[in-house]
Design a protein around this ligand. Sequence first.
Ligand code: ADP
Length: 276
Amino acid sequence: MADCNHDCSSCGENCSTRDKKSLLKKPHEMSDIKKVIAVVSGKGGVGKSMTCALLAAAAQNSGKVTAVMDADITGPSIPRMFGVTERAMGSDNGILPVVTEGGVQVMSMNVLLENEAEPVVWRGSLISGTVLQFWTDVIWSGVDIMFIDMPPGTGDVPLTVFQSIPVDGIVVVTTPQDLVGMIVQKAVNMAQMMNIPILGIVENMSYIKCPDCGRKISVFGESNVDAIAMEYGIPNVAKLPIDQSLTKAADNGKIEEVENNYLTDFFNKIAKKIKA
Ligand code: ADP
């Protein structure tokens, strides 16, 4: 623009030189968070939280100080998967995350509610405000890598989160029944708007393994996730089977102890990509 004064806060124009970081919020002054990965999906119930929890468990097992911010305010499942039952404590300085048995720092609506069965019936602005407080008011200590379990879809809450928190990369979770092409396209568009790379796609419920012969059976038919990842230049694809041991571990709050963390290699690859 000819009359650009390089002060984006004084201008509503969405030009190519617009300072995309201008809406970023500062974390709590006592926080230290090196890298942030957001886990997104097109809709609920596809295994976004499962993916987020397995990635966090893989990160923690690799020796990194790990945190999970559960931004899925109306459907928080991270505390249950990690077996967290206590409430978050506050100090004069801010709110302290709850720490799992394995050492992962967790903040979620469920560790703030007195009764975790209580539904959160809030409007979008209040929900995004709460997520931002998880960033600005919680004291995250010496975190190498934080995973954000995003609310599903591309509504105003995810948008606010992406505009306000400096996310280093995005992981997209889909299932074979999804319209994968469309979901990835939406995620790619959103990521481009925010200038954030998509680090990989996790295809959840990709197959089951026959308990007798070990053959992989694609219950929902063969997916085209590899071709789509290639089309959009997304560097990593992981395929997560339907595995009862994952459901059991998640239901019993033992996701950190799951015998086979299928996402360990995938985690190593995406961590390398963002130099985490
Ligand atoms: P989302 O976060 O997308 O809403 P969740 O991660 O909460 O979905 O998963 C929904 C349910 O499916 C949970 O009960 C979870 O334990 C289960 N689940 C997710 N992925 C798998 C899997 N690969 N194998 C077995 N159960 C799974």
